[in-house]
Design a protein around this ligand. Structure first.
Ligand code: CP3
Length: 365
């Protein structure tokens, strides 16, 4: 460790410490290639399915943990050590940038993000604070620690897409039907577009801090985009996700774009600017590949798409699903990163996840 003397002169950001991992199986596949073995990681791998995570988090609130570099780094490492996955995902949350900007948001166990003052009027949007990169120093610091610890394993940074963040802000918390959000789009379009624009800026800042600190890929989680028709997605959400993804077009790292229930949106989500399209379990990867290719005129890498609930079945059934998905991923032809179709369910047996990694690693990329 070097120490920097205190100085009154503004210090420019240090050059990115991104490692050269271009041969890492995850990055080969994400860039559209065929690595020797099929790479695998799990959305929500860094969390409640692990006893070591629950122990570490026992006395620390979620957002407090996300603000503490040593905890971020340790929780990010836990699934890498235990399962031998091909990529780490930064331990954080999609609401961390809102919290860092000073918006009143908490993560309530068993519920999810809850917003103190929902955003519903133009005055509410105008009151939204800006996010300063300095408010995310713990995130940048944790990434620095992780680059030292991870060795050859790539690190994925992430953010929530503007639509998914807007849903939490407008509804005030998790929502099944997104009714206030959808009402705002139509009834107050100028408020909606101002809100989405502000959220795109916040999202770009959150990702910029991670990219500058050296992450090897980014994933934009638009978890709830599947609630929209394609026409509404294109009109009310896509332009803002495209602005976010476009900001990192020249960053030299793959951009993964993921949503749940987005079978009808796969083409539009690829058009928004994805190098890798995340697919849930509802659409087979070969069909997903066709939808993406029709939209953007060429293949894109795909990520997915084992139903997380299948991990509660017997091992023969799981293996049959894994082999089917690997074959469909190969048939899609644009690079395949094996993953679940959505996050690891908290009650998943961690030993099943470790076994699954070994099984996937026996398959060609
Ligand atoms: O993938 C990883 O393991 C990295 C960490 C990560 C978390 N949240 C940690 C977390 C990531 C990538 C997220 C993204 C996230 N957060 C999304 C998009 C992904 C998805 O699942 O669709 C969304 C929608 C959120 C919002 C959110 N935060 C929800 C719905 C919840 C669960 C609430 C609950 O308790 O049921 C959270 C909390 C959260 N984020 C936890 C973790 C490990 C659980 C906190 C705890 O341990 O109490």
């Amino acid at each position: 460790m070097t120490t920097t003397p205190a100085t009154a002169v503004p210090v420019p950001a240090p050059p990115s410490r991104r490692r050269d991992l271009r041969d890492a199986p995850f990055l080969v596949a994400a860039n559209g290639g065929r690595p020797e073995r099929l790479p695998v990681w799990f959305m929500r791998q860094a969390g409640r399915s692990l006893p070591e995570y629950r122990e570490l988090r026992a006395d620390t609130a979620m957002l407090q943990a996300c603000d503490t570099p040593s905890m971020i780094a340790e929780i990010t490492m836990q699934p890498v050590r235990r399962h031998g996955v091909d990529a780490a995902i930064l331990f954080s949350d999609i609401v961390v940038p809102l919290h860092a900007a000073g918006m009143g948001v908490e993560i309530v166990r068993g519920t999810g993000p809850v917003v103190e003052k929902p955003v519903r009027t133009m005055a509410d949007v105008e009151r939204m604070p800006q996010l300063l990169p300095t408010a995310l120093r713990p995130v940048a610091e944790a990434i620095g620690m992780l680059l030292d610890e991870l060795g050859e394993t790539p690190l994925i940074g992430f953010a929530g897409a503007p639509f998914t963040l807007a849903s939490y802000l407008v509804e005030g918390g998790p929502s099944r039907n997104h009714e206030r959000t959808k009402a705002m789009m139509r009834a107050q379009p100028e408020v909606w577009h101002r809100l989405m624009s502000a959220l795109a800026d916040i999202t770009i800042t959150f990702l910029r801090v991670q990219v500058d600190a050296g992450v090897d890929a980014i994933q934009l989680f638009d978890s709830w985009a599947g609630a929209l028709s394609e026409a509404d997605y294109r009109r009310y959400a896509l332009p803002y996700s495209a602005r976010v993804l476009g900001a990192f077009e020249d960053a030299g790292i793959p951009r993964i774009h993921f949503g749940v229930g987005t079978g009808e949106l796969l083409g539009a989500m690829a058009e928004a600017g994805a190098d890798v399209v995340g697919v849930d379990w509802r659409v087979p990867l070969d069909e997903a590949g066709r939808r993406v290719e029709r939209a953007v005129g060429g293949p894109r890498a795909l990520q997915g798409n084992l139903d997380p609930a299948v991990l509660f079945a017997d091992r023969d059934s799981i293996e049959a699903e894994v082999r089917r998905i690997a074959a469909e991923g190969r048939a899609a032809g644009g690079g395949h990163v094996f993953n679940l179709g959505h996050g690891v369910l908290p009650s998943t047996d961690p030993d099943v996840l470790s076994w699954l990694v070994e099984l996937v690693h026996e398959l060609p990329g």
